[in-house]
Each structure stands twice: as C-alpha cells, then as structure tokens.
Design a protein around this ligand. Structure first.
Ligand SMILES: NC(=O)c1ccc[n+]([C@@H]2O[C@H](COP(=O)([O-])OP(=O)(O)OC[C@H]3O[C@@H](n4cnc5c(N)ncnc54)[C@H](O)[C@@H]3O)[C@@H](O)[C@H]2O)c1
Ligand SMILES: [Zn+2]
Length: 339
C-alpha cells in the first residue's frame, strides 16, 4: 500500500493506493462516520460494512437526484450527524457523486471521502472533486467542485463488478491512453480485459496509472478552463448519443472517440484511427454506429463546451497527444453529415 497527498488549488486529497477497507478505521473513526453505499455493493460485501453506520441507497443513475439527497439528509439528521461527522461513499460514480454533494451541503459542508468500487469510479468519478446530481434529463446539472479528504482504493470490491461495468469503465481508461499516455495504449493493445481481471497486480497498476493521469490534469486546471477539457475526448458526440439512444456511458463515448478520431484526421493530421478502433473493439466496446445525424447534431449543439458559434472539440494529434480545437458549428455539422 502507498499513501500520497495531492494538492489541488482549493484543498488536498490523501489517496491510499492498493489499500484495504480495514484501513478505513485508521483514517476515520467509525463512531463519527457514516458510510453511503448502494444495494448491489452492500449485498455483495455485507461483512465489510460490519461495525459501521451505513446508509444503503437504491442503485442506478435514476436515483442520482435531489429526492435521494433529501432522503440521505433526513437520515443523517435522524442519526444525529453533526459538523464532526465524516461521510464515506462506497460505490460507483453515482454513490460517490451523491456522497460528495450531500457532504458539501449538509451543515454547510462536512468532511468526506470515497472508496470507489467500479472501474469508472476508480479511474474517473472519484477524482477531481466534481460532485453533482441530475435534474430531469439534464445530467450533472446541479453540483459543486469540492475535493474529498481521502480516497481509498481497495480492489477486492471489483470481484463482484459485472462484466458490462468492466467494459464501461475501460472506455475511460482507453480515453486516458489516447489523450495522454502512448505507452499505456501499447499495453492495452497487448493485454486484454481477461488479463486485467485475472491479475490483481496488473489491474492495480493500471488503475493507479489512470488515477494519476486524471489527478495531474485536474491539478493543472481544477476549474476546467483548458487542460481539463481534454478529459472530454469522445464525450461531446458521446453525450449526445447517450441522451438519444439507450447506451451505457462507456459505449456512448467509445462511439464518440471513434468519430473524434475521424475528425482528428481531417483537422489535426491524425493517422492512427484504425489502432484506436481496434483497441476499443478488443475491449468489447462499440465503434461505428448508425444514428440520426440531424437529431444528434441538434443535441450536440447544446453542449456545455459550446461558445457562441464555436465548439471546443477534443482531437488527437497522435495517440497520447490530445488537443482542444475550436470548430465552427457549421463546419462540425458538415463533418457529421459526411460520416
Ligand atoms: N464526478 C465526476 O467527476 C464524474 C466523472 C465521471 C462519471 N461520473 C458519474 O459517475 C456515474 C457513473 O459511474 P458508475 O459507472 O460507477 O455508475 P454506478 O455507480 O451506477 O455503478 C454502475 C453499476 O455497478 C454497480 N456496482 C458498482 N460497484 C460494484 C461492485 N463492486 N460490485 C457490484 N456491483 C457494483 C452499481 O450498483 C451500479 O448498478 C454517473 O452518474 C456519472 O455522471 C462522475
Ligand atoms: Zn466519461
């Protein structure tokens, strides 16, 4: 196990890599701590929650809403949680987002930490301090940027993670490789999901490497002015597809990355689309898809990354080197129509 402290502009986060949940007692006192998890995680790991005050929520994105926040707050009041209470989110991104958000508003803000249990949670959602909830069809519409005090990474939870969620999380891993880490991309080409699922050491290293990529990007640009935008590779078109079709987030951004590669060929001299597509397919993610281009473009136009008539689009110069380029909506529409 290694513990490292990462400084962000607003606060610091202690990350306990390859740690065990038993270590949690050393970080936070069970008497003044409330764990928040979902039914899937709780059922599969019930014995690990023994001796801790725990709130168990229903699983799924549809519960990442204000009504759940209200229910958690009522429960905290009932439990007599006060300013000295620490909240720990143990689950996927839905649970860590809710936990961080509740902890930021309960009594104007209390201490919180995460123990992410999904690949997506480990490499992405638990890191960077964005905590939010959905409002109607608008994802992450309400929220706050506030860093957790600690993150504990315990791989034992992955034993119960369904195959589909492994694939979903690997889309973000491949994204990190594309924008920042050519060597990791080669490693992903050589290995497979089976190698990572079967070897504790290799998944542990991969997750740590990915967590560090995201941390570094966020450290440079916590409030998303420039560098942090790179993390949106595949997400502009991906989000539009996710809204329009029944896709998992990882599947949607995988298709988004595929087309972003083609746009990169046109506008940034990128020449490695086939390699990216091959890796996505190797990890069982969808690449080319037929979709209603006009409808998807209409949704895409409303993206948060739009600035008047221009869109900041993340492209690749080469594998391992992502860039942000401003594309006019007109040009983007033309390119999408040509797909
Ligand atoms: N805050 C951020 O910066 C950030 C970044 C990326 C994504 N997110 C958010 O994260 C969410 C997606 O995260 P996710 O994919 O982890 O979703 P999730 O929390 O819904 O988890 C996916 C599914 O896996 C189950 N699960 C999780 N860990 C498990 C385990 N160890 N064993 C068995 N089942 C397990 C969950 O119960 C759920 O059914 C979205 O709401 C997204 O907006 C936030
Ligand atoms: Zn994502």
């Amino acid at each position: 196990m290694t513990t490292k402290i990462f400084k962000f502009s607003s606060a610091s986060t202690e990350i306990h890599f390859a740690s065990g949940i038993s270590h949690l007692k050393k970080i936070t006192d069970p008497k003044t701590t409330v764990l928040i998890t979902d039914e899937n995680v709780f059922r599969a790991h019930e014995k690990r929650f023994k001796g801790w005050n725990t709130i168990v929520l229903k699983p799924g994105e549809e519960f990442k809403v204000q009504a759940t926040v209200d229910a958690v707050i009522e429960k905290l009041i009932e439990m007599e949680a006060d300013r000295k209470t620490t909240l720990v989110g143990i689950g996927g991104g839905v649970i860590t987002d809710i936990t961080g958000y509740v902890a930021s508003v309960y009594m104007r803000g209390i201490r919180f930490g995460f123990l992410p249990t999904s690949i997506l949670g480990l490499v992405d959602a638990s890191i960077g301090g964005k905590n939010g909830i959905d409002v109607g069809e608008y994802k992450n519409m309400v929220g706050i940027i506030r860093q957790p005090s600690f993150i504990l990474q315990d791989m034992v939870f992955l034993n119960s993670l369904p195959q589909q969620e492994w694939e979903n999380g690997f889309a973000e891993v491949i994204k990190h490789a594309c924008i920042k880490d050519a060597a990791m991309f080669s490693q992903l080409e050589t290995n497979s999901l089976k190698t990572y699922r079967g070897r504790q050491k290799s998944i542990c290293e991969l997750i740590q490497r990915n967590a560090l990529i995201k941390i570094k990007v966020v450290q440079k640009d916590e409030f998303e002015k420039e560098e942090r935008r790179l993390l949106n590779f595949g997400h502009t078109l991906g989000h539009a597809l996710e809204t329009q079709y029944e896709l998992l987030h990882g599947q949607a951004i995988s298709i988004g990355m595929t087309y972003a590669c083609h746009i990169s060929e046109k506008l940034a001299g990128f020449k490695q689309t086939e390699k990216v597509v091959a890796v996505l397919e190797k990890y069982n993610l969808p690449t080319y898809a037929s979709f209603d281009k006009q409808k998807v473009f209409e949704i895409l136009k409303m993206d948060k990354k739009r600035e008047r008539k221009e869109m900041n689009y993340v492209l690749l110069e080469r594998i391992g080197k992502g860039i942000v380029k401003s594309i006019s909506l007109k040009q983007l529409e033309k390119i999408i129509q040509e797909f």
